[in-house]
Write a protein that binds this ligand. Structure first.
Ligand code: PRP
Length: 213
């Protein structure tokens, strides 16, 4: 049978994911010494693909990867036509609405401008509050937008809060708590149910063990 293929988000989530795979007994040496290689063997029956978060979702949605590890932030922005089967507990951060310190964001009637890397998340958040806002998409360092006078506030990921603090911004509201999730292609879950369920269960047990010390 073909190896199960799992897409991992490169960067911030990579080390924690590899540590978890090692904990459940996979030899991750090929992933750790990857060089520029993008498809890597994981033991005898799995294959790892390293990709950007949004691409992890694309590969799993199209079924070219059976499984994926990706942040809830990316899932919320892109929507889900796959199964989200496990909260991995790492990659913890939150989506927050933030604005220049001391500004009274909620006061007044003029339409607000929001800069964000996550326009769908921002629109949904303000739609729930029945607030009409203009959303401007920024690709990175979103904190710059209010400093430059492009937006009144941002919807962005806050982890330690250092970036906000060092740029004179503060959280006004938490939109959603975020962590890494395991996702599964719908067809794969039917066709390779046993293998996938076993893998998820092993991960779940390892996470529980870690939690209980
Ligand atoms: C993320 C986020 C914030 C920062 C928050 O950016 O967009 O800018 O991390 O982290 P902190 O609360 O610990 O300071 P990232 O580093 O992923 O890059 P980007 O700004 O280019 O999107």
């Amino acid at each position: 049978m073909k190896p199960l293929r799992i897409a991992l988000t490169k960067g911030r989530l990579e080390n924690d994911t590899v540590a978890l795979l090692e904990k459940i007994g996979y030899d991750c040496s090929a992933v750790k010494n990857k060089g520029r290689k993008l498809i890597l063997p994981l033991g005898d029956n799995m294959e790892v693909v390293l990709a950007k978060a949004a691409d992890v979702i694309t590969y799993v949605e199209h079924g070219v990867c059976d499984l994926g590890v990706v942040g809830k932030d990316t899932i919320m922005e892109h929507g889900s036509s796959f199964y989200e089967v496990l909260d991995l507990g790492f990659g913890k951060c939150r989506f927050a609405l933030a604005a220049p310190k001391g500004c009274d964001f909620w006061n007044g009637y003029s339409s607000r401008t929001i800069a964000t890397k996550y326009p769908n998340v921002a629109r949904n958040y303000f739609a729930k509050k029945a607030m009409d806002v203009q959303v401007i998409k920024i690709e990175g360092s979103v904190e710059l937008a209010p400093l430059l006078g492009l937006s009144d506030a941002i919807v962005d990921i806050v982890e330690t809060g250092t970036t906000l603090k060092e740029n004179g911004l503060e959280v006004i509201d938490t939109v959603q708590n975020i962590s890494a999730r395991m996702i599964v292609n719908a067809a794969s879950l039917k066709l390779r149910k046993k293998e996938i369920e076993e893998l998820v269960e092993r991960m779940e047990n390892a996470l529980k063990e870690e939690k209980n010390g």
